[in-house]
Write a protein that binds this ligand. Structure first.
Ligand code: NDP
Ligand code: MG
Length: 390
């Protein structure tokens, strides 16, 4: 069989690099046709030297000159800007697009990929499914394209869902590590620093999702993602805290059987599953030594302490533009927290304010979603300014 033609959007990030690692471990299986990043010229150029893609895309066009000079006489077609990223997602000679961009910046590329019947979307960029949830079903139905989830919980659900029929599912049980502040008293939350929040107990990830994991907004995004991906009512989705991050999620069926997926926490595992689906292939990573697992614990999430998760359930129930607003406000707030402008608790406050204030549309089109996203960002920026003055 000829190698599958693959494009990796966000190749310089944590998931992008892990994807390239999986590609390297399976020689002859993939032909890397395109790589894309935001502004990390050095790493993108070095990836181009190693993987020799046909296209390299840099969203930050101010750095394109630098990319050309680093590439020297290497034959790569350089594309620049966010429109070109979207074009890349729909290019003719690509079978599989891995979307590992961070944030709703990946939305249009995800939509473009699934608008092509001959392409599959291996999706790490959960924000695109959260923000654009109402738009995907009609496109997927029309084109027959597929979304192959990379997020570890959704990969686990996807695998566990093969044990029964859709109408036999009682509930999806999404596991959460609980983040670094699971046991910290709420009255200490105001003094959490970015450095502390960036120390995740079990996963090594990019900065935005690491902060999302500390507020549990990530789990909230994952609840909304599961509703969209598996067409499940939110009432059938629950979250359980499992600090060991070994059980990646579970499905409970009507006969009360629970089917789970277990492995060591290594994102290369769900990436491999998505890239090779419907087949399973040998992996050298992720293997569990059950004799060395001392304890396995499960507990309910503390919705009072981590109220972003509670809000995410409400937002998932509302649907429409509410998830896009939740997501956009969170993106702005996380950036402000990482930049030292607001306190840790300000992140959740900013999301609440945006969800409360921005006009709600129940059956939005793309224009409505993009408008809600930009209104939420604007309001979140204003709230950051207000919080700074306190
Ligand atoms: P990183 O921050 O490590 O990487 C983000 C990637 O996106 C980089 O390649 C970055 O380029 C690129 N990027 C940033 N902004 C833009 C933009 N505006 N347009 C196009 N590309 C952009 O993030 P992660 O790899 O951790 O996460 C990526 C996605 O995967 C997120 O949606 C996250 O929620 C999801 N995910 C991540 C997991 C993990 O283990 N890391 C686990 C499950 C899901 P540059 O380097 O040039 O800035
Ligand atoms: Mg996850």
């Amino acid at each position: 069989m000829s190698p599958r033609k693959i494009s990796i959007l966000g190749s310089t990030g944590s998931i992008g690099r892990s994807t390239l690692d999986v590609v390297v471990r399976h020689p002859g299986e993939f032909d890397v046709v395109a790589l894309a990043a935001n502004s990390n010229v050095e790493l993108l150029a070095s990836q181009c030297r190693r993987f020799r893609p046909k296209y390299a895309c840099l969203v930050d066009s101010s750095k394109v000159k630098e990319l050309h000079s680093q590439l020297g006489d290497q034959k790569v077609e350089v594309l620049a800007g966010s429109d070109e990223l979207v074009k890349l997602a729909g290019m003719e000679d690509i079978d599989l697009v891995v979307n590992a961009v961070v944030g709703a910046a990946g939305l249009l590329a995800s939509l473009e990929t699934v608008s092509n019947m001959d392409k599959s979307l291996a999706l790490a960029n959960k924000e695109s499914l959260v923000a654009g949830g109402p738009l995907f079903p009609e496109i997927l139905k029309r084109t027959g394209s597929r979304i192959l989830p990379i997020d570890s919980e959704h990969s686990a659900l996807w695998q566990s869902l093969t044990s029964g029929k859709a109408d036999e599912v009682r509930r999806l049980i999404i596991t959460a590590s609980g983040g670094p502040f699971r046991e910290l008293p709420t009255n200490k939350f105001d003094s959490i620093t970015p450095e502390q929040a960036l120390e995740h107990p079990t996963w090594k990830m990019g900065p935005k999702i690491t902060i999302d994991s500390a507020t549990l907004a990530n789990k909230g995004l994952e609840v909304i993602e599961a509703v969209a991906l598996f067409d499940m009512p939110v009432e059938k989705v629950s979250v359980v805290i499992h600090p060991q991050s070994i059980v990646h999620s579970m499905v409970e069926y009507v006969d009360s059987s629970i089917i789970a997926q277990l492995s060591n926490p290594d994102m290369r595992l769900p990436i491999t599953y998505a890239l090779f689906w419907p087949n399973r292939v040998q992996s050298e990573f992720g293997q569990l030594d059950l004799n060395k697992l001392s304890s396995f614990t499960f507990e309910p999430p503390n919705f009072q302490k981590f109220s972003a998760l509670r809000l995410a359930f409400e937002v998932a129930k509302s649907g429409g533009t509410a998830p896009a607003v939740f997501n956009a406000a969170n993106e702005v707030a996380v950036e402000a927290f990482l930049g030292g402008s607001i306190k840790f608790t300000g992140i959740t406050d900013i999301i609440y304010r945006a969800v409360e204030k921005i006009d709600f549309i129940s059956s939005p089109d793309l224009k409505d979603i993009l408008k809600a996203d930009s209104q939420a960002r604007e309001l979140a920026r204003q709230t950051v300014e207000k919080l700074k003055c306190l």
